[in-house]
Design a protein around this ligand. Structure first.
Ligand code: NAP
Length: 244
């Protein structure tokens, strides 16, 4: 059994991914959450009822001490993390001149600092094991840029650079590092937009709709699997044709 850690598993894409991977019958699944305790514990119960060894653990990914505690608990239960899915993230919309330094620091500490913290903790086991998979979450805005989303786009651009650089560094250790950069996905993250805004966004998408989280989960399932044994350093973009 391989152990998968999914950060931000309580809602949205992380939740859909946990449910998708539970169908595989080959993973212990660690569900990281921060604020959504109730949702995470219900999900844990659902996976346990399916016969999966699931464990919900609270940790704010931006806090290294909390992340270290989470990895210590995983080590004692499962030995270590074989597959790390860095899904946790926040977004923020604002005109650049209205963006406060505090907000800038917050989004970087969660989106980029979180990735640094979890990878740091995961690598100890992966390097000694000479095996591992890391899958990060970027966004189409990470490479294309987005008006009024400078802070979010900048964090995702950083995640893409981390993904490519680490893939080169870790390939000799048999650790693959890739990222998914979706367009728009129908989760709470998009609920900051009005229905009218969503309609306008969908008009710009060749497939004329957002992705459902389950569609992204299907891609995650393949990317972390042994079937995807030769791909590393890649940014895969399920966007419904947006940005092509
Ligand atoms: P979501 O529905 O807003 O869920 C965000 C998840 O991240 C929640 O489970 C939340 O956990 C967790 N999280 C936030 N801050 C955290 C922290 N400090 N520590 C631990 N967990 C934290 O978002 P989503 O749409 O599923 O997005 C998942 C990933 O896909 C993100 O990286 C996002 O940037 C990326 N993405 C999303 C879209 C989209 O259109 N939705 C597009 C491109 C990329 P709690 O509730 O427990 O705090």
């Amino acid at each position: 059994m391989k152990t998968v850690l999914i950060t931000g598993a309580s809602r949205g894409i992380g939740r859909a991914t946990s449910l998708k991977l539970s169908e595989e019958g080959q993973y212990n699944i660690v569900l990281n959450y921060n604020n959504s305790k109730k949702e995470a514990l219900l999900l844990e119960e659902e996976l346990l009822n399916r016969g999966v060894k699931a464990l919900a653990l609270k940790a704010d990914v931006s806090d290294l001490a909390q992340v270290k505690d989470m990895f210590a608990e995983i080590k004692s239960k499962f030995g270590g993390v074989d597959i790390l899915i860095n899904n946790a993230g926040i977004s923020h919309s604002a005109q650049f001149q209205d963006l406060s330094p505090e907000k800038w620091d917050e989004i970087f500490s969660i989106n980029v600092g979180g990735v640094f913290n979890t990878i740091h903790c995961a690598l100890e086991y992966m390097l000694s094991n000479k095996s591992g998979v890391i899958l990060n979450f970027s966004s189409i805005w990470g490479s294309h840029g987005a008006s009024c989303e400078v802070s979010y786009a900048a964090t995702k651009g950083a995640i893409e650079a981390i993904t490519k650089s680490l893939a080169l560094e870790l390939a000799p250790s048999n650790i693959r590092v890739n990222a998914i950069a979706p367009g728009t996905v129908n989760t709470d993250m998009m609920k900051t937009y009005s229905m009218d805004d969503i309609k306008l966004i969908c008009k710009e998408i060749p497939m004329m709709r957002m992705a459902e989280p389950e569609e992204i989960a299907e891609l995650v399932k393949f990317l972390i699997s042994d079937k995807n044994s030769y791909m590393t350093g890649q940014i895969i973009s399920p966007t419904g044709g947006m940005g092509v």
